[in-house]
Design a protein around this ligand. Structure first.
Ligand SMILES: Nc1ncnc2c1ncn2[C@@H]1O[C@H](COP(=O)(O)OP(=O)(O)OP(=O)(O)O)[C@@H](O)[C@H]1O
Length: 348
């Protein structure tokens, strides 16, 4: 079975802006895969290439082995997309929007009705089935976006910041729904700015920056890339200039702050016994210690700092966050209502 997503050397230029700059990425079937990156890193462009809303300018992209352009329908039918933007038909009750959506992907009407009901139940808004999208609350709109992505029973669910701006309760509800789907075998690609979300949900995380991959790892592997801080509290205030000379090659730095000695090391728990022994031998009187592990957030910031930590040293700064190059294409964010349209236009 081919991977859920495979892209190689993927490129997308919007005029002078290189949104994707030779991206290589493989998302295994059945995984819960996170896509992290600062604003403007190219995450939405990547998704839009996969669903045929943006035409790539170079490289290869396939979904379950279907080339996103040559086998557009095969690739698109495998994907359920919940985009960032609310791009929903506002004139019909939401259950009908779902029936139309399933019909577009070739599902017969009676089955489409069943699937619509099932999707609305799954996200907890079945009782709103006869209401138009505009009349839903903000949280219900987010639930509906997920229902719409689900109604075609996709093998690959792509969620572009699905919990942006929602309250904690809804975020947890949505997490539960998508975790269940993943347990049932659906591959999930999730972009998020909530690092905690990636840490909790994802088996693997790709960090991209300036349209290129910086790294792919499990959340645990990523946090291990950072340094811990071991703080040793002493009985009384210390001379800030008299930093103890600790002899251990695992130690990255030592500083003094009031009554505390702070030691940075890749694993604080490993160096702690030796540090305490040395401090006592030098006449310090440790009374307490504290260990702070690096958060995934800190590692993320480190890895995406311009020109720092990149596997392939790819950050040329030419397509930084928020730059607005002229696109020259009529691309929109409205994933589902324009299925196929842009590829069709761009192919002409
Ligand atoms: N239609 C467009 N025309 C011109 N430039 C664009 C267009 N769409 C995106 N870009 C640019 O491409 C780059 C990547 O944008 P993209 O939206 O893919 O990033 P992102 O990682 O999804 O960002 P965010 O986290 O803010 O959603 C940015 O520099 C952006 O300004």
């Amino acid at each position: 079975m081919p991977p859920a997503i495979r892209v190689e050397g993927l490129e997308k230029d919007y005029g002078d802006v290189q949104a994707l700059d030779g991206l290589d990425l493989t998302v295994p079937e059945g995984s819960f895969f996170g896509l992290l990156g600062p604003n403007g890193a190219g995450k939405t462009t990547f998704i839009n290439v996969l669903v045929g809303l943006v035409r790539k300018t170079g490289g290869e992209a396939a979904v379950f082995g279907n080339d996103v352009e040559d086998d557009y329908q095969g690739a698109r039918d495998a994907i359920g997309l919940a985009p960032q933007e609310f791009n929903v038909d506002r004139f019909f009750p939401i259950k009908e929007v779902l029936v139309h959506k399933a019909g577009y992907h070739g599902v017969p009407e009676s089955e489409a009705k069943e699937r619509a009901a099932e999707a609305l139940k799954r996200v907890g808004i079945y009782d709103k089935r006869d209401v138009r999208f505009d009349w839903l609350s903000g949280g219900m709109k987010r639930r509906f976006m997920l229902a719409r992505a689900l109604v075609t029973d996709p093998d690959l669910l792509i969620l572009d910041e699905p919990t942006a701006g929602v309250d904690v309760e809804l975020r947890h509800d949505l997490w539960e729904v998508i975790t269940d789907l993943n347990d049932e075998g659906t591959t999930i690609l999730l972009t998020t700015h909530y690092i905690e979300e990636a840490e909790r949900l994802c088996d693997e995380v790709a960090i991209i920056d300036s349209g290129r991959k910086v790294t792919v790892a499990t959340p645990d592997e990523l946090t291990e890339k950072g340094s811990d801080t071991l703080t040793v509290y002493c009985e009384s205030a210390l001379d800030a200039d008299a930093v103890p000379d600790l002899d251990d090659e695992r130690i990255e730095s030592v500083s003094v702050d009031g009554d505390a000695i702070r030691v940075r090391a890749s694993s604080a728990s490993e160096v702690a016994p030796a540090v305490l022994r040395q401090l006592e031998a030098e006449g310090y009187t440790p009374i307490d210690i504290d260990i702070e592990r690096t958060s995934l957030e800190e590692v993320f910031v480190d890895l995406t700092r311009r020109g720092d930590g990149s596997e392939d040293d790819a950050n040329d700064g030419g397509n930084g966050a928020g730059s607005d190059g002229a696109s020259g294409e009529s691309e929109t964010d409205d994933g589902d209502e324009t299925d196929g349209r842009v590829v069709a236009e761009a192919s002409r």
